[in-house]
Write a protein that binds this ligand. Structure first.
Ligand code: ADP
Length: 164
């Protein structure tokens, strides 16, 4: 059976840390599906459709990766619909560990067949988050090396439009 992993996240924006997790996940699974989810608790710069398009451009070099945008569905139900037996998540720190453990336990309660696989963040990227990058970029700090090129360009565009 094909091993399929769903990598769910809000990805607002998708960073080099996310990309690193996807590249490593793509070596472990036959297919990785990046699921762009709406996070109701976070203020977003990009619509899910914009994020989907930008992520597609950023993972173009990995053949077994697909990008889907979905709006309001429980992760476990979406995984089942996509035929995924695994969830892929990244852990940067103890803080992430605590948060991810609760989500994993809840997901296991909802569907005990679905296994969550965690990859520890690459130390090069373990200090970055989408929100930190947005904040630094807003005040014109240089964060280019932490973002895939198409995403960095799109963010500069958003910032300029916001300034007008
Ligand atoms: P969510 O809103 O679901 O937390 P995010 O887009 O912030 O979505 O993150 C998606 C996943 O990627 C989470 O498991 C998160 O811990 C992980 N992640 C976030 N930033 C990094 C990073 N720099 N390196 C590795 N994994 C990361």
């Amino acid at each position: 059976m094909k091993k399929i992993a769903l990598f769910p996240g809000s990805f607002d924006p998708f960073t080099m840390g996310h990309l690193d997790t996807v590249e490593r996940g793509a070596k472990l699974f036959d297919e990785v599906i990046i699921g762009v989810f709406v996070n109701t608790g976070k203020h977003s710069w990009f619509t899910p459709e914009e994020r989907q398009k930008l992520i597609k451009e950023s993972v173009d070099h990995i053949p077994n990766v697909r990008v889907e945008a979905q709006t309001s569905e429980l992760t476990v139900n979406y995984a089942k619909k996509m035929g995924a037996q695994f969830l892929l998540r990244g852990i940067r720190s103890i803080k992430d560990y605590e948060y991810e453990k609760d989500i994993m336990t809840m997901n296991r309660h909802l569907d005990e067949e679905l296994e969550t696989v965690f990859l520890l963040a690459n130390p090069k990227y373990s200090h970055i988050s989408s929100s930190l990058l947005k904040e630094v970029l807003l005040f014109e700090g240089d964060v280019a090396e932490y973002l895939p090129k198409p995403i960095y360009q799109a963010m500069l565009g958003k910032r300029e439009r916001n300034e007008k």
